[in-house]
Design a protein around this ligand. Structure first.
Ligand code: ADP
Length: 293
């Protein structure tokens, strides 16, 4: 079973600063790093690290060949990733001495997809394969519908969450993966109460399986027939960047290999528990061997 990941590729430009820059101020940074990022790329790395067969569908700016090489170095099949003359998607990230951050995002090449280009990108996909997507590329709605028409199982992680998500053809999905904030926004609820969330999800989206990740509280699977709760591992988190991406990669890898829901959720929580004990995004995602050990 192949997982096609229609996903963002970003470069994270990370600047270490004494304080977040103020209006009108020019501020020297003490360090700079350019890192592979983007929810799409991170999730492809996690899928590959979990042993899944993953093909990334994405775009980057033609001057940033290293981004492609980095993604490939993690074992991601990148032959459906293309260079464009639009700059790569990127994030300008300031991190201050209190570990506070602020971020400017530019979608760049991630937003160059046009609806008429999508069928060509799915020609290799077979009925029963998975398509994973997030909310950082253009044509999200079109890709979702097209993949479902092709007989693919579609998994959607609506991050970053926007008001437009509720209007997407969510009925064409097999799996929705949301964090606590995202599910509350989607259902227009104030507080997380599992029985209320379950009632709303199964009423509004009866055909859908939903995983809600709950940070240090773990994760829960909700569908019409069952609610399966899995606790997080009690670890000391130092950086939760890419925790959700790691969880999704390992959980979906297990599901795509025919593993049961409980096993898949537990594997996702274990992998994410290792991720949060390490600093960084893609480089903090563990291998399957580490997780099983
Ligand atoms: P996101 O990063 O998308 O906001 P969450 O914060 O819900 O997602 O985290 C995803 C998963 O990572 C959780 O379901 C859990 O398994 C794991 N996780 C996150 N924070 C912690 C933590 N402090 N301790 C242990 N596991 C964690």
């Amino acid at each position: 079973m192949t997982i096609f990941n229609y996903g963002s590729i970003n470069i994270d430009h990370v600047y270490r600063v004494p304080h977040l820059v103020q209006p009108g101020e020019t501020l020297a940074s003490s360090s700079y790093q350019a890192l592979l990022g983007g929810k799409g790329a991170n999730q492809s790395v996690a899928l590959a690290r979990a042993g899944a067969k993953v093909r990334h569908i994405g775009r980057y700016g033609e001057n940033d060949q290293w981004v492609l090489e980095r993604l490939e170095s993690f074992g991601v099949d990148c032959h459906l990733v293309a260079a464009t003359n639009t700059p790569s998607g990127h994030a300008i990230i300031q991190v201050d001495d209190q570990a506070e951050n602020c971020i400017i995002l530019y979608a760049g090449a991630n937003h160059t997809f046009q609806p008429q280009e999508l069928p060509h990108l799915l020609t290799e996909a077979q009925k029963g394969d998975w398509l994973l997507l997030q909310n950082e590329c253009s044509c999200t709605a079109e890709m979702m519908s097209l993949a479902a028409q092709h007989g693919l199982k579609v998994a959607f992680n609506p991050a970053p969450m926007t008001e437009a998500v509720a209007q997407l053809p969510l009925e064409s999905l097999s799996l929705l993966v949301v964090n606590e904030v995202e599910v509350l926004q989607l259902l227009q609820l104030e507080h997380f109460d599992l029985s209320q969330v379950t009632e709303r999800l199964t009423t509004h989206y009866p055909a859908l399986a939903v995983i809600v990740t709950l940070g240090a509280k773990g994760a829960v699977w909700v569908d019409q027939y069952q609610v399966i709760e899995v606790p997080a591992l009690p670890v000391k988190a130092v950086d939760t960047t890419a925790a959700g991406d790691t969880f999704i990669g390992f959980t979906l890898a297990a599901l795509s290999q025919g593993r049961g829901i409980q096993y898949a959720l537990e594997l996702g929580c274990k992998a994410a528990a290792l991720c949060v004990q390490r600093v960084g995004a893609a480089q903090s995602i563990p291998s399957l061997e580490e997780v099983l050990a």
